[in-house]
Design a protein around this ligand. Structure first.
Ligand code: NAD
Length: 502
């Protein structure tokens, strides 16, 4: 077990070896619930460290890509099994480093375990196709091949799940990886990589470089990384896409969200309130799929609002390691101030602050970054608090008078990650499924809670058309090679000699 008070002195992991940053610089990871608690000290990496990591990944590529797929799958399955055995320890570490309450931290680790088990099966199922040729005595088929060295750059809100969504399928497909985790959650990332090595992953197949945007940018710009898999903010995504565009490098972007729950007059209101509460305030609202807009039919608006506000006020804020706590801290001081800035914006815009809207500083809470769960009423779809991703425990009630208005309001943001509708009318539900503009749609459930066997990702500015997870995940992490074998013993010309063979 990791002691909850021990600070780890960690290095990058490059070619299986622990390394300091070339510059000798370091940074600290601290507990957002108790800022005095230093979780670990990590190298502040720069391009020199990324150069070493890419070189190690390139050296490991040849042997790894020729390792049989089933063997690669076995190593991933072993890693998932180790994570299962160490789930509680990893979850406690995650709560300490990132802040989410322990039940949710267990869920984060579970998501990685699920992905490991799911993707390991591809080791015996990564089928290609045998395709009829238009010519006689000619064989045609396809096979998958790895992309090469993949750069993975990840955020802090799912510090083990998100890296696992990228790294497990990347290595399953025979790629090697340079991983740059978020600067707020380096220890979770390190434990994940150590578990891969403990599971038998050869040195150099996954390398981790710690640091901030400088290290991330170096991974993206490095000519040796063949593809970039990024999850984070839309602003960073745009920068990365620009660089990758110039370099003609494959890039997969999983960006922000401004997800909405539609509550219609015929909905089970208690269920909708419960869903809104979980969707808006789970992970203190720091989910890309957080239910940050509640689009509510005017017929049920008073009742929905009263119940939601009462339930919100009853939420207990505190250190997520305490079982009695519902909402943990937000990740850092910058984010705390940003969230509060949006409360001021909402008030200035004329929305009604129904509850919350303050930094929580009573007693022990003063040691960390806590924000009171916040509900705005009377929000119009064009207000900034209904348009921009706040990434905190703030949600906005938008009243509507019809289904058309509800769908239009739900669709009226730049993002398209996750939308939901509460209704008991089957016809309405199916109309919404078709008309809601999002990568993920829920009926009678909040906007959070994706399962790894379905594709995950969004439309519009949530990304650039890629999907993670799901049954097609290997399409993202591998390339098709088409193979023609002519056993006719003579020159056969496709499209030209075909007529003669009819
Ligand atoms: P962020 O964009 O600030 O940082 C994400 C990662 O990118 C970090 O590792 C950071 O060091 C790195 N980075 C920052 N600038 C960089 C640059 N110029 N070049 C390369 N790397 C750089 O995001 P964040 O604050 O860590 O995460 C929150 C955001 O992530 C939210 O917008 C949230 O919606 C989004 N998110 C999206 C999904 C999804 O699947 N769509 C999932 C989780 C989080």
């Amino acid at each position: 077990m990791i002691s909850e008070r021990e600070a780890v002195d960690a290095g990058n992991v490059i070619g299986g070896e622990r390394r300091e940053a070339a510059s000798g610089r370091t940074f600290e990871s601290r507990n957002p619930a108790r800022h005095g608690d230093v979780v670990g000290v990590f190298p502040q990496s720069s391009s020199a460290d990324v150069d070493d990591a890419v070189a190690a990944a390139q050296r490991a590529l040849g042997a790894w890509r020729s390792t049989p797929w089933p063997r690669r799958g076995e190593i991933i399955l072993t890693a998932a099994t180790i994570m299962e055995q160490r789930k509680e320890e990893l979850a406690r570490l995650m709560t300490r480093e990132m802040g989410k309450v322990l039940t949710e931290a267990r869920g984060d680790v579970q998501e990685a375990i699920d992905m490991g088990k799911f993707i390991a099966g591809e080791g015996r199922r990564a089928f290609g196709e045998t395709v009829p040729s238009e010519l006689r005595n000619k064989w045609a088929m396809t096979m998958r091949q790895p992309l090469g060295v993949i750069g993975c750059v990840t955020p802090w809100n799912f510090p083990i799940a998100i890296p696992s969504w990228k790294i497990f399928p990347a290595i399953m497909a025979g790629n090697t990886v340079v991983f740059k985790p978020a600067e707020d959650t380096p220890l979770c990332a390190l434990r994940f990589v150590e578990i891969l090595l403990d599971a038998g992953l050869p040195a150099g197949v996954v390398n981790v470089v710690f640091g901030d945007h400088e290290a991330g940018d170096a991974v993206v710009r490095h000519p040796g990384t063949a593809a970039i898999f990024f999850t984070g903010s839309a602003d960073t995504g745009r920068l990365i896409a620009t660089t990758c565009g110039q370099m003609l490098k494959k890039v997969s972007l999983e960006l922000g969200g401004k997800n909405g729950i539609v509550v219609l007059a015929d909905a089970d209101l208690e269920l909708a309130v419960e869903g809104a509460l979980w969707g808006a305030f789970g992970t203190a609202g720091q989910r890309c799929t957080a239910s940050s807009r509640l689009i509510v039919a005017s017929a049920v608006l008073p009742q929905f609002t009263d119940e939601l506000v009462a339930r919100t006020r009853a939420l207990r804020i505190g250190d997520g390691l305490d079982d009695a706590v519902d909402v943990g801290p937000v990740i850092n001081e910058t984010q705390l101030n940003r969230i509060h800035g949006y409360t001021e914006i909402g008030v200035d815009e004329g929305a009604t602050l129904l509850t919350g809207g303050e930094m929580a500083r009573d007693g022990d809470l003063a040691e960390g970054f806590f924000y009171t769960p916040t509900v705005f009423g009377g929000v119009s779809p064009t207000m900034r608090i209904a348009q921009e991703e706040i990434f905190g425990p703030t949600t906005a009630i938008i009243p509507v008078d019809s289904l058309d208005e509800a769908i239009s309001a739900a669709n009226s943001t730049q993002f398209g990650l996750s939308l939901s509708i509460y209704t008991n009318d089957l016809r309405v539900a199916f109309r919404a499924i078709h008309e809601l503009e999002a990568g993920i749609v829920y009926v009678n459930a909040p906007t959070i809670g994706a399962e790894i066997q379905l594709p995950f990702g969004g439309t519009k500015n949530t990304g650039n058309g890629h999907r993670e997870a799901g049954g097609h995940v290997l399409d993202e992490f591998s390339e098709w090679k088409s193979i023609y074998i002519d056993y006719s013993g003579r020159l056969q010309r496709a499209q030209i000699d075909t007529d003669a063979q009819r």
